[in-house]
Design a protein around this ligand. Sequence first.
Ligand code: HEM
Length: 353
Amino acid sequence: MKTGIQSWLDERFGLSIITKFLKEKTVPQHKHSIWYYTGSAILLFFTIQIITGFMLVFYYKPTLEGANESVARIMTEVPLGWIIRSVHSWSASFMIAFVLIHLLSTWLAKSYRKPRELTWMSGVFLLVFSLLSGFTGYLLPWDDLSLSATKVGTDIPRSIPLAGVWVTKFLRGGEDVTGDTLTRFFGFHVSIIPVFIFILLGVHIYLIQKQGMSLPLSAELKKEKVKEIPFWPNFVYREMIVWLLLLGILFSLAIFFPPSLDKAADLMAPAPEGIRPEWYFLFLFQTLKILPAKILFLPGDTLAVLLILVAGIVFFFLPLIDNKPAERKGKIITITALVLIVYAVAMTVWSLL
Ligand code: HEM
């Protein structure tokens, strides 16, 4: 039964098309269905980032003199400021962790195959923008650690042949990391990157609605009929249980382990001991650290950056490379994913030790 307001809105916006679609939409139910919850978990953390980000922006000052002091004020003087900052920081890590889990689950399930190639490709861009969001946010508290990590991070693209120097300059807003970099990173973090994420999310989610959820390879192989449950309300209620659990974990961590803040960065001071980026960049950081200065005829870091670029391109075009019909299992793709997981975990642990 529609209320007066519902009918009024429906006449103008035609919302009943969406509600009809959601009522008819179903989700397959099988022993791997748990992975279907990872995408909506990312959406939960992204929403938290937007809400807490709006709150932080009221008090944060993106200037050389004001940045560190304004974060210290948020932590000590602004009512509930410390918990908002802590939730923003933890939720960023959770979002990226779930992007990685979601990516691996779709990779291992080979759900990027026809007709979901563009869902995967839009996902790769979402991964890049999620990482960029974490990278630009790390500088904003403007302490010694964030300044040094940004110097190291923005120096990496310099090794790209031809365009490298320009990319580093573009990121920094000049030759070095200065107050101009802070202003630029603030712009990237609060406007440019979120706008791109919103657009990509629109494409990603539209494609998922258009194509429905993929089935596990085993079910496709046996041409089995898989049980389906209604998206609304059954699947959404289950998602809500997952969100409640995740919110509980997020808030507990945010309350008991708030992020630290060092004194304001000094542009003239030498780099402090133990520079370290966020956990999701550690495996790359460690890889670059252990490379010899020269490999064959190329500088080690140039070779590493070139390898990362090539790997990124192969990864983006994976659905076109592994375009076999669902009946084929794609063992090499599975083994590559597993080797990469082991490599990334080993390098991260090494870097932490
Ligand atoms: C901000 C980041 C992202 C968000 C919010 C997001 C959201 C979602 C949602 C809600 C679904 C449907 C439910 C599910 O399978 O979990 C989905 C499916 C999918 N996503 Fe993402 N995603 C993101 C990033 C990625 C990345 C990084 C990749 C891979 C590179 C990817 C590839 C896919 C694929 C292939 C599917 C279809 C799965 C199937 O039909 O079984 N997504 N995504």
